[in-house]
Design a protein around this ligand. Structure first.
Ligand code: PCA
Length: 223
């Protein structure tokens, strides 16, 4: 009798973005890079850097989905105005850019995918992740909108690409600035050290794989 071949190690696809909008760093790629190759809840992290470009970012993401057949996909991006690790509830089918992307494109009121649904929900246990991150002492919350720039574009494209693969867990998390991105001591914006951002994302991946259901906690907002 031949020995049973071991089951392949499941893959977690973790994406970050290149810098954009004049910054020289993007925490989303720094965090993804730090976790590349890590073993989390029995799965292997494969990190991919996406260009901050409408269209091209999604071509690369779809390529990575085909190549790695991940059990879990978490896409990361920077939200410089956020003071917490932000679990995105919704991806919406609209591109509306306030600034040009890294290729100079600035779509206004265009669908991400023509004819696709208006929106998709996250497939991650976002409330449980917020609770878990807060228990680690990290600032975390649910965000009702990932905006309408390249992050939402990638998030929507991800959820649309996976629409017939219900078993794949997938979602999006926005990260705050890194301390070294602040303009100086007078820069009043919030930042969070790389080690803490990495710890938060790692924990989010772990909970995403381990938990079958989310927790019914309120993370609603009035506006
Ligand atoms: N943040 C931008 C795009 C790339 C990134 O890291 C956004 O929030 O859309």
């Amino acid at each position: 009798m031949s020995p049973a071949s071991p089951l392949p190690t499941p893959v977690i696809l973790l994406t970050g973005f290149e810098p954009f909008g004049g910054d020289s760093l993007n925490p989303s790629w720094e965090v993804a890079l730090a976790l590349n190759g890590a073993l989390v809840a029995g799965a292997r992290v494969v990190s991919v850097c996406l260009p901050c470009r409408f269209g091209e970012s999604l071509v690369l993401l779809r390529q990575a989905l085909r190549q790695h057949r991940p059990a879990l996909v978490l896409c990361l991006g920077l939200a410089a105005n956020r003071a917490e690790l932000s679990l995105e509830r919704l991806a919406v089918n609209v591109d509306d850019a306030r600034i040009p992307d890294n290729a100079g494109q600035q779509p206004v009121d265009q669908p991400v995918v023509a004819g696709a649904p208006v929106a998709y929900f996250s497939r991650l246990p976002i409330k449980a992740i917020v609770q878990g991150l807060q228990a680690l002492g990290l600032p975390a919350g649910v965000s009702q909108s990932a905006g309408t720039f390249v992050c939402n574009h990638v998030y929507f494209g991800l959820m649309h690409a996976l629409r017939r693969r219900a078993q794949v867990r997938a979602g999006f998390m926005h990260l705050p600035l890194l301390p070294e991105m602040l303009a100086g001591p007078a820069d009043g914006r919030f930042s969070l050290a790389l080690a803490q951002q990495v710890a938060g994302v790692r924990h989010a991946l772990e909970l995403s794989l381990r938990l079958a259901n989310d927790l019914p906690l309120s993370q609603g907002a009035l506006a």
